[in-house]
Write a protein that binds this ligand. Sequence first.
Ligand code: PMP
Length: 431
Amino acid sequence: MPFQQSEQLYQEAQEVILGGVNSPSRSYKAVGGGAPVFMKKAKGAYFWDVDGNQYIDYLAAYGPIITGHAHPHITKAIQAAAEDGVLYGTPTIHENTFAVMLREAIPSMERIRFVNSGTEAVMTTIRVARAYTGRNKIIKFAGCYHGHSDLVLVAAGSGPSTLGNPDSAGVPESIAKEVITVPFNDIDSFQQALEHWGHQVAGILVEPIVGNFGIVQPEPQFLEKVNELAHAAGALVIYDEVITAFRFMYGGAQNLLGVEPDLTALGKIIGGGLPIGAYGGKRQIMEQVAPLGPAYQAGTMAGNPASIRSGIACLEVLQEKGIYDRLDMLGAMLERGIMKAADEDNIPVVINRLKGALTVYFDVTEVKNYKDAESSNSEMFAYFFKAMLKQKINLAPSKYEALFLTIAHTEEDIRKTISAVEHAFSEWPFA
Ligand code: PMP
């Protein structure tokens, strides 16, 4: 039995860890259930599980592992950090170095703070925007995930622009009512929302390239218009670049697209695999934050030397020439292979791809917003996920996630993956 140990460990886990997983996205609930594979070791583009199976990994830990697992340069930095003591509670030279590196890459982040997760980073940008504008409401785009703080666990109601409903038990209605949700790529709905609530809006929270209902790019001029309308209404624009920063180029999606927000939240890749988040923005806005200003944010672990040194090492690797072209080349190869296999077997596939990140949707004609992604076929995705897993290709267990390539993936890995896709499609069980 190829997954025996994983199944045993999952049984044991459920007796002590709530639901058997420490983050719900790790469960296989969205793909028909079953024991998630327990991984034991990761190196480069590969995983080994507790049963001894070897996989090609496209999860990349939900985005951070762009260099491949256990990259020697990052491992060395983490080892050095461990030897020098992992937590000081004082400033260190590494924080200065890293903040300068980030600002050079993303110049709109004139002043920066390090925190411990993407959730914290986004949560704090909202507080800063509220402090700066003296307003309470936030506009976000339907289907975009911004971490698990109360304010962003809010779903769209029906209609083009709506006050939110809590998307999670435990989020008070009073908080959800401060959030307005509009469809992504729909500038008319956005404009309507501002016409209605504009004078109360502190900030617009945007994934400039969506990563959380698959990879969805903004329509031409969408982000420019968002900026223009938001600023005319006196609201700030906040980019959640937790997934996008350093994913598509050395810098943020804001650099790639040429549109600047007032505040930016970072996470994932910038920790090289260790826990981290960062936020920053225009100096006079950031000066709202303590100790300079009245908005409070703090952290025992914030800027810890292990995460910071790991992050510096990761960015050093990403500065190497040709990295993003290579990710693009591998991504294009994978996209072509999957589309060719789909065409041959008449499987209804749409792929959204940017460089080394792509999403495979089934049974839709295009995906430009959350509604499109939602309407893609979940059963077909679940079959695809399981068929790939059986062939030792590890994808994220949700139709809303992306496949992430790393610089450790080889053309041979992509060829093997395409063969697995061909096999999965050749046994397609749907009419
Ligand atoms: N923002 C975005 C765009 C994300 O994708 C995520 C995590 N998937 C977060 C925020 C939250 O980050 P974290 O899980 O590090 O708290």
